[in-house]
Design a protein around this ligand. Structure first.
Ligand code: NAD
Length: 287
């Protein structure tokens, strides 16, 4: 008889739509199998319309917890009992933990980004960073970086529908942390060059570099970069974006979005199981 799933196996969900393409089920189930943990992780197609019932289901079926992705990340908070400080400031949740029926919402994307920096020997605490983006990934990074002690942050975004979100993010950072934060138009390339010039790290966290914007970069040329600048991209498909190609040519230390993906998963895994994923094994599997 098959013994992987028994009457004791605990369930962890992923609630999003569309979700069938996600690599999270494979990642978490591989980690459970490697560590011999009796959990199973399954993806459920949940929309805003079915979200409240799905969250009630976490309590009723005593799931250990769940991941939450689009379109539910910014909506699910209202159905939970408590939010982590970062989830509260981001206005988004990607991980739910069920402790005896009490549901707490966390956001692990920013934690994952900061952990992937550390894993690469990069220490941005007490230093200045420049970051492009004001969407889900960028906001999580900006809030977590400020909470963790980044000294100064220059945020750039184009003046699209995310601009207002960027304005809210800088207000939240200013009133909740000591980080000195400013917002600029990403189309002002002179300002972008000036802010990158005295930054320790430049983080790209927009959709530029992946489909349908693959082959494009937020910087016009490599005169924006210098060899001792660290350049990171949240994009992981493709692994090497146009920006990372430019950064490599300029001699910068580079990091793509794969580490953030792994470590946001690991942070959620740790919240549910109290254990870390077998990270070196997971890096080989994900690469
Ligand atoms: P989002 O839709 O919430 O935000 C999109 C961002 O891209 C906004 O800042 C928007 O202004 C910007 N943008 C869109 N078109 C642009 C253009 N033509 N020029 C400049 N900026 C433009 O998306 P998101 O969820 O924040 O994802 C952003 C990127 O981060 C995606 O590439 C995504 O794959 C990646 N991501 C990676 C991870 C990870 O774990 N590595 C996690 C989440 C997202």
């Amino acid at each position: 008889m098959a013994e992987r799933i028994t009457g004791h196996t605990e369930l962890i969900g992923l609630m999003a739509y569309p979700i069938r393409h996600s690599s999270s089920p494979a990642m978490h189930n591989e980690a459970f199998a490697q560590l011999g943990l009796d959990y199973a992780y399954l993806a459920f197609e949940v929309t805003n319309e079915t979200l409240e019932d799905a969250v009630k289901g976490i309590r009723a079926l005593q799931l250990k917890g769940s991941n939450v992705s689009m379109p539910n990340k910014t909506v699910v908070g209202q159905y939970l009992d408590e939010l982590s400080p970062a989830a509260k400031l981001c206005g988004a949740v990607n991980t739910i933990v069920n402790e005896n029926g009490k549901l707490t919402g966390h956001i692990t994307d920013g934690i994952g980004y900061m952990a992937s920096l550390k894993d690469n020997g990069i220490d941005v605490i007490g230093k200045k960073m420049t970051i492009a983006g004001a969407g889900g990934a960028a906001t999580a990074i900006e809030i977590q970086a400020a909470l963790d002690g980044v000294k100064e942050m220059s945020i750039f975004n184009i003046k699209d529908k995310f601009w207002e979100n960027a304005e809210k993010t800088i207000e939240k950072i200013r009133s909740n942390t000591d980080c000195v934060v400013n917002l600029y138009d990403l189309d002002d390339k002179d300002k972008l060059k000036e802010e990158i010039a005295d930054s320790y790290l430049f983080a790209q966290a927009t959709g530029v570099g992946m489909k349908p914007l693959e082959g494009q970069s937020v910087i016009p040329d490599i005169s924006f970069l210098r060899p001792d600048l660290i350049v990171t991209d949240t994009v992981y498909a493709p692994r090497q974006t146009k920006l990372l190609e430019q950064a490599e040519e300029a001699g910068c230390k580079c990091m793509n979005g794969l580490g953030m993906m792994l470590f946001q998963g690991d942070a959620a895994f740790h919240l549910w199981t109290g254990k870390h994923m077998p990270l070196e094994h997971m890096k080989k599997v994900l690469d």
